[in-house]
Design a protein around this ligand. Structure first.
Ligand code: UCC
Ligand code: FAD
Length: 644
C-alpha cells in the first residue's frame, strides 16, 4: 500500500446528485399518483395531478429538477450561508441615530429572484390546472426545498397573504364590504404577490408572535388605532400601495422575511379583540437623504418599523429573522374587526402546508444524497471483504426504512395539497360559495382541509427531523460537515434548517390541541369527523390490486378513535392530543398507502404499505426471506427498482 499524504493515497470518489424528478421513486409516484375517488367533493376524483396535467407539466418540472441542482444555484446557496443578513452599523449611524438598514447577501437575493421568476407561488394562482395547480406548485416546491436556502419561508407567507387577499377580492360578500381604497390596495398587493417578475413581485411577512407568547397570541400587546389623518404624514411612493388609515404600535418578537415588501400582522383595537392588518414595509420618506444630503427617493424608508436586532439562530441562518419595534406603522384592516385569528388562519393553512412540504422536500434531498453516496462508498469490517454500501443488506435496510417513512409522509402531504386545491377551485369557482348551494360532499371539503392542514404540519414535520438526521448519518462524518466546497452534499445545512419546522407556524403540541378543538368545535367539528369518515371508508372500500392484510382494520380503528373524541370532554382529551393526532395520522397514512399500492399493484408500493401496517397495526409479520430477497426488496424501496 502506498503511504498516504495530503495529495496522495485514497480519495473517495464524489457522489453524483441526480435530478430528483427522475431519481426519486416516491416523487415520481406522487407526480403520477392516480388515487380513485376517496372523497369526491366535485366531479374530480382524488389524484394529485391528473394524467393530463402530469403530462403537460412533466417536461417543465423535469427541467426545473435539473435547474435546482445546478452549480449556479449551489453557489448562491453557499453565498447566502456565508454572507448572512446583518444590520448595517449595528442598527445605528455614527451619531447614534437609528438606521436599522438590513443587508442581505447576493446569494439570498438571487435565490429569491430565481424562485419568483420560476413561479414558486404564482403556479398556485396563474396556471390553468384548476385544483391540480396546488399539488403541482407543491411538487415543484418539493424539488426546490434543498436548494433554496430558506427563501421558501418568505414564499410561504407570500402565498398565504395572496390566498387571504384573493378570498377578500373574489368572495362576493367580502369584496362588497371593501372600500374603493381597500379594493385598490388589496388588488395591487395581490398582483404583486402572485407575479413572476422579480422586479415587481412582493414577498410577505406574517407577524403574530410577541414576547407574551407565540402559541397563544391572546395577550398581544400591539395596538392598532384608527387614525386616517396620520397617514398623510408621508405620501406613498407612486406605484407602491398607499399607507393605511390604522396606526399600529407595539413590538413583534419574531419576524422572518424582514426584507419583504409587505406584512400581514395581528394588532389589538379599541374594541378589544385581535384584528388582522396588511401593511407595506416601506414608504416614501421626504426627509430621508442620501450620503451627499440629496433627498433620497428610493422608497426604502421603513413604514414605522425599526429593526431592533436580528435573531441569532441554530439554523435558517440565511433568513433574516428580526425583532421589530412598530412605531406608527400604517396599515389596512383585513376582514372584520376582532376576527383577526379567523382572518389570519387562511395564511396559517398555507404556511402549514408549506412547512410539511419543506419537511418532506428536505428528507427527499437527504435521501437523494444518501442514495448517491451508497453507490460510491465502500465499507468493511475489520479487514473482511469490503462492500459497496449499496450492496450492504444492513445499510439498505436502514435507507429503506427512511424511504418508506418518507413516502408515507409524502402521501399525507400531497393529499393535503390536493384538498387545498379542491377547496379553492372546485368550490371557489362556483358563483355562490354559500353553504346551502353545496352538495353534502362538497360541504365536507373545508372541514377536511381544516383537519388536514394542521395534521400534515404536525404529523410530517416532527418525524422529518429524525429522518434527515438518519440521512446525515448515512454519509458518516462527511454528513456532519458543512460541505461548502460541495454544497450539493450539504445535508447538515438542510438538517439545521429542517429543525425549525416543528416549531414555527405552531409547535407540534399546539397543532395537536388545535386539532382536538377543531374536531370538538360546536359548528365545524361534526363535519370534520364526517369528512374523515368518508375518506377512511371509501379508501377501505376500494377494490384495488393490493390485498387487505388480515388485522389491518382502519375503519374499526377510526370508529373507536372517533367515538372517543365524541364521548370525551375537550379538556380531558387535551393531555392526549398528540396521541389522538398520531393515531389519526397513522390511519389516514395507511389508507393512502393502501389505495396508492392498489391502483396499479406496484410491488414496491405494496411492500411499503404492508411494512407500515405490520409495524403500526399489529398485522402479523410475514416470514423474512433470504438475505438476498430482503436486500432486493429494500433496494426496490430505496432506488425504485422492481417498481414501475
Ligand atoms: O411562525 C411563523 C412564521 C415562520 C415562518 C413561516 C414559514 C412557513 C413555512 C416555510 C417552509 C420553508 S408565524 C407565527 C405562527 N404562529 C402560529 O402558528 C400560532 C400557533 N397557535 C395557534 O395556532 C393557536 O391555535 C391560535 C393562535 C390560532 C389560537 O388562537 P385563539 O385565540 O385561541 O383562537 P381560537 O379560538 O382557537 O380560534 C378563533 C377562530 C375559531 O373559529 P370560530 O371563531 O368560528 O370559533 C377557530 O376555529 O379561528 C378559527 N381557527 C382556525 N380556522 C383557529 N385556527 C384555525 C386554523 N388553523 N384554520 C382555520
Ligand atoms: P411558547 O408558545 O411559549 O411555547 C413554549 C412551549 O410550550 C412549546 O413547547 C409549546 O409546544 C408549549 N405549549 C404552548 N402552548 C401550549 C398548550 N396550550 N398546550 C401544551 N403545550 C403548549 N413568528 C411570527 O409571528 N412570525 C415569524 O415570521 C416568525 N418567524 C420565526 C422564525 C424562526 C426561526 C423561529 C424559531 C420562530 C419564528 N416565529 C415567528 C415564532 C414562532 O411562530 C413561535 O416561536 C412559535 O409559534 C412558538 O411560540 P413561542 O416561541 O412563544 O413558544
Amino acid at each position: 500500500m502506498e503511504p498516504s499524504g495530503a495529495d496522495k493515497g485514497f480519495f473517495q470518489k464524489a457522489p453524483v446528485l441526480r435530478n430528483q424528478f427522475h431519481d426519486d421513486a416516491s416523487f415520481q409516484r406522487c407526480f403520477k399518483c392516480k388515487l380513485p375517488p376517496l372523497l369526491s367533493p366535485s366531479s374530480l376524483p382524488i389524484v394529485f395531478l391528473s394524467a393530463e396535467v402530469a403530462s403537460k407539466a412533466g417536461g417543465e418540472v423535469s427541467s426545473f429538477g435539473q435547474d435546482v441542482i445546478s452549480d449556479q444555484i449551489f453557489t448562491w446557496v453557499t453565498d447566502s450561508e456565508h454572507n448572512k443578513p446583518y444590520l448595517k452599523g449595528s442598527g445605528r449611524d455614527a451619531f447614534g441615530k437609528w438606521k436599522g438598514e438590513l443587508i442581505t447577501g447576493e446569494g439570498w437575493r438571487s435565490l429569491q429572484d430565481f424562485g419568483l421568476s420560476k413561479g414558486m407561488v404564482a403556479t398556485g394562482y396563474d396556471t390553468p390546472y384548476g385544483a391540480f395547480c396546488r399539488p403541482l406548485q407543491f411538487l415543484r416546491t418539493h424539488l426546490w426545498v434543498g436548494s433554496c436556502a430558506n427563501v421558501g419561508c418568505p414564499s410561504a407567507m407570500q402565498d398565504g397573504a395572496a390566498c387571504l387577499l384573493r378570498r377578500h377580492l373574489s368572495h362576493p360578500e367580502l369584496s362588497a364590504a371593501l372600500s374603493a381604497a381597500e379594493k385598490k390596495v388589496f388588488t395591487d398587493a395581490y398582483q404583486r404577490l402572485t407575479s413572476r417578475d422579480p422586479k415587481y413581485a412582493w414577498t410577505s411577512g406574517q407577524w403574530m408572535t410577541e414576547r407574551t407568547g407565540g402559541s397563544d397570541v391572546s395577550l398581544t400587546e400591539t395596538v392598532a388605532t384608527y387614525q386616517p389623518e396620520g397617514a398623510n404624514g408621508f405620501a406613498s411612493k407612486q406605484g407602491q400601495i398607499p399607507l393605511g388609515p390604522w396606526s399600529i404600535n407595539g413590538f413583534k418578537w419574531f419576524s422572518s422575511a424582514t426584507d419583504s415588501e409587505m406584512t400581514v400582522l395581528l394588532g389589538r383595537t379599541a374594541a378589544g379583540g385581535l384584528s388582522t392588518f396588511l401593511a407595506p414595509m416601506r414608504k416614501h420618506d421626504p426627509e430621508a437623504t442620501t450620503l451627499t444630503g440629496e433627498p433620497r427617493d428610493d422608497g426604502r424608508a421603513l413604514n414605522g418599523v425599526r429593526i431592533q436586532r436580528l435573531k441569532n439562530k441554530f439554523g435558517t441562518q440565511s433568513l433574516p429573522t428580526a425583532e421589530l419595534v412598530l412605531d406608527n406603522m400604517r396599515g389596512w384592516m383585513v376582514g372584520r374587526e376582532g376576527r383577526g385569528i379567523h382572518e389570519i388562519s387562511t395564511i396559517l393553512t398555507l404556511t402549514r402546508v408549506h412547512s410539511a412540504v419543506a419537511a418532506v422536500g428536505g428528507v427527499g434531498r437527504g435521501l437523494g444524497i444518501a442514495r448517491a453516496y451508497a453507490l460510491v462508498r465502500d465499507v468493511g469490517a475489520g479487514g473482511r471483504k469490503r462492500t459497496r454500501l449499496v450492496d450492504s443488506p444492513l445499510h439498505m435496510r436502514t435507507l429503506a426504512k427512511i424511504s418508506a417513512e418518507y413516502r408515507r409522509l409524502m402521501l399525507v402531504t400531497f393529499y393535503t395539497s390536493y384538498v387545498l386545491g379542491v377547496s379553492e377551485h372546485s368550490l371557489g369557482a362556483r358563483p355562490s360559495p354559500a353553504l346551502d348551494a353545496l352538495t353534502p360532499q362538497e360541504k365536507l371539503v373545508e372541514p377536511l382541509l381544516r383537519i388536514m392542514s394542521q395534521l400534515a404540519k404536525a404529523y410530517v414535520c416532527k418525524p422529518s427531523v429524525a429522518l434527515l438526521f438518519s440521512c446525515m448519518e448515512a454519509l458518516g462524518g462527511v454528513g456532519y460537515l458543512v460541505n461548502e466546497e460541495q454544497e450539493y452534499l450539504n445535508i447538515s445545512r438542510i438538517y439545521r434548517d429542517t429543525c425549525v419546522l416543528p416549531i414555527w407556524e405552531g409547535t407540534t403540541d399546539v397543532l395537536c390541541t388545535d386539532l382536538v378543538r377543531a374536531m370538538k368545535h360546536a359548528r365545524g367539528g361534526a363535519d370534520s369527523l364526517a369528512a374523515l369518515d368518508e375518506v377512511v371508508r371509501k379508501a377501505w372500500g376500494f377494490e384495488g390490486r393490493a390485498g387487505r392484510p388480515a388485522g389491518w382494520e382502519p375503519v374499526e380503528k377510526w370508529a373507536a378513535l372517533k367515538s372517543k373524541i365524541e364521548g370525551t370532554e375537550q379538556a380531558d382529551l387535551m393531555g392526549e392530543a398528540r396521541e389522538v393526532v398520531w393515531q389519526l395520522g397513522d390511519i389516514l397514512a395507511s389508507v393512502l398507502l393502501y389505495v396508492d399500492a392498489g391502483t396499479d399493484g406496484n410491488p414496491v408500493a405494496k411492500e411499503v404499505f404492508v411494512r407500515f401496517v405490520e409495524d403500526k397495526f399489529g398485522v402479523e409479520r410475514r416470514a423474512r426471506g433470504s438475505t438476498e430477497d430482503e436486500l432486493n426488496k429494500d433496494l426496490g424501496i430505496v432506488y425504485g427498482h422492481g417498481g414501475d
